[in-house]
Ligand binder design. Structure first.
Ligand SMILES: *[C@@H]1O[C@H](CO)[C@@H](O)[C@H](O)[C@H]1NC(C)=O
Ligand SMILES: *[C@@H]1O[C@H](CO)[C@@H](O)[C@H](O)[C@H]1NC(C)=O
Ligand SMILES: *[C@@H]1O[C@H](CO)[C@@H](O)[C@H](O)[C@H]1NC(C)=O
Ligand SMILES: *[C@@H]1O[C@H](CO)[C@@H](O)[C@H](O)[C@H]1NC(C)=O
Ligand SMILES: *[C@@H]1O[C@H](CO)[C@@H](O)[C@H](O)[C@H]1NC(C)=O
Ligand SMILES: *[C@@H]1O[C@H](CO)[C@@H](O)[C@H](O)[C@H]1NC(C)=O
Ligand SMILES: *[C@@H]1O[C@H](CO)[C@@H](O)[C@H](O)[C@H]1NC(C)=O
Ligand SMILES: *[C@@H]1O[C@H](CO)[C@@H](O)[C@H](O)[C@H]1NC(C)=O
Ligand SMILES: CC(=O)N[C@H]1CO[C@H](CO)[C@@H](O)[C@@H]1O
Length: 336
């Protein structure tokens, strides 16, 4: 029985069915179309991990075990004077109810602490972040052996990381506040991506990098697809890059990084890029068909779930966090 079942599994598997240990989702949540979430995590999907800018699992993925799709919690910010995140993580890993815990192995720390709230950052002083780290993240690393990412700064040389590590060390009896990997965001051309990877790897030698949000925003479809293929090959082949997640798990109609980066068209069908990300063939579906005015995306023919029009660009609750960081990244690019 066993061998034949295996053989069946192999036969029914499409071209690229192996899980990619690097490839993940910045799962900001398709709040208005929760049915879209299932697209990414079917049995043959190469997606091996996701994060959602939050400490808890996404509702749609709550039933998935870690070894199918690894959930990576994030401590987005805060925690200067409390241990709420530590408490929540401890309960998740070792529930007081005695129910089986979740095997959390990696955690993302503060999201853009060197950027103000208005630019999507978590706006933390290095000394405050050090307190929050020592209260919440250090114990998780030491007690449970969880791997913890350095706070995801916009600029590795921007004067935030050094005082943070010094402050952290002085709160930790002079011992270094160790971190296990370094997350970063990249929005721009392939040159920008390579440059940033170069900069981060020389700033933090010996540490693997996670490109937790990336893409070439606001480009033509051809430029975006070229970038997508080249960046994917580059990231897959780069040994320093341990993980990446393309920024575009949402429908093109709610994208603030330009429609062409989206992996779903206005009706929730995979675009070429979306299908390629899952190891499939081109679907021929443009992210934003030229005959589809943005404001007409929800029609009787193509209804949006719930009937509400969510395509005016003004109401973007589900992608806001990530888009803010994207906006911050773009702002920086404009400055440089
Ligand atoms: C975390 O999310 C799960 C799945 O949606 C939910 O059942 C649970 O209540 C949440 N935990 C807390 C403490 O909110
Ligand atoms: C943390 O506590 C200190 C001392 O009570 C207080 O001054 C500070 O404002 C608090 N910080 C935050 C972010 O709550
Ligand atoms: C901890 O979990 C509670 C819900 O039980 C939630 O309200 C709170 O935001 C979480 N805090 C952190 C820092 O994770
Ligand atoms: C938790 O996951 C890690 C990484 O996949 C694995 O090595 C480890 O054995 C798992 N631990 C448990 C208790 O399942
Ligand atoms: C944090 O580190 C900076 C740079 O070393 C230092 O000037 C500052 O006094 C430190 N703050 C605290 C609260 O330790
Ligand atoms: C990389 O670092 C150099 C030197 O600090 C800087 O000039 C350049 O702008 C950085 N590149 C990116 C993409 O951040
Ligand atoms: C991108 O790669 C796919 C294969 O994954 C290929 O079919 C497609 O032609 C490529 N597109 C571009 C624009 O390079
Ligand atoms: C992709 O297209 C090729 C060539 O037409 C075909 O052999 C293959 O089965 C297709 N893969 C998927 C996942 O549909
Ligand atoms: C070709 C394809 O997948 N089309 C689908 C696009 O999305 C609509 C709405 O969910 C479906 O009805 C189509 O079948």
């Amino acid at each position: 029985m066993r061998p034949s079942l295996l053989a069946l599994g192999l036969l029914s598997a499409p071209a690229l069915t192996a899980k990619s240990p690097k490839r993940g989702l910045a799962a900001v949540g398709n709040k208005d179309w929760p049915e879209d979430d299932a697209i990414w995590v079917h049995q043959d999907s190469p997606i091996s991990w996701y994060y959602n800018f939050y400490w808890n699992v996404s509702d749609s993925y709550a039933a998935l075990p870690q070894d199918q799709v690894e959930f990576v919690p994030m401590m987005w910010g805060g925690g200067v004077n409390d241990t709420d995140f530590l408490g929540n993580m401890t309960e998740m890993i070792q529930p007081s109810s005695g129910a089986g815990g979740r095997n959390i192995t990696h955690i993302l720390a503060f999201n853009l602490p060197d950027r103000p709230f208005t630019a999507g950052g978590s706006q933390m002083e290095p000394a405050d972040a050090a307190k929050a780290w020592v209260r919440n993240l250090l114990p998780l690393r030491e007690k449970f052996g969880v791997k913890v990412g350095l706070p995801a700064v916009g600029d590795p040389y921007g004067g935030w990381v050094e005082p943070f590590l010094k402050n952290c060390s002085s709160l930790n009896d002079g011992k270094d506040c160790a971190f296990d990997f370094v997350p970063l965001h990249s929005f721009g051309s392939l040159g920008v991506l390579m440059d940033q990877i170069g900069n981060f790897s020389s700033a933090f030698p010996g540490h693997p990098l996670w490109i937790v949000e990336y893409g070439y925003n606001d480009q033509s479809l051809a430029t975006t697809q070229d970038y997508f293929n080249q960046s994917l090959a580059f990231l897959d082949g780069n040994e320093i890059v341990e993980r990446y997640s393309w920024f575009g798990f949402f429908r093109s109609t709610v994208s603030n990084v330009g429609p062409n980066m989206a992996m779903l068209d206005p009706w929730g069908n995979l675009t070429d890029i979306g299908s390629w990300y899952l190891g499939g063939n081109a679907t021929g579906k443009a992210a934003m068909p030229s005959d589809t005015p943005r404001t007409d995306a929800c029609t009787a023919e193509h209804p949006c779930i719930g009937g509400a029009k969510k395509n005016d660009g003004a109401d973007l609750p589900s992608v806001r966090v990530g888009l803010w960081s994207a906006a911050a990244a773009m702002f920086l690019l404009l400055l440089s």
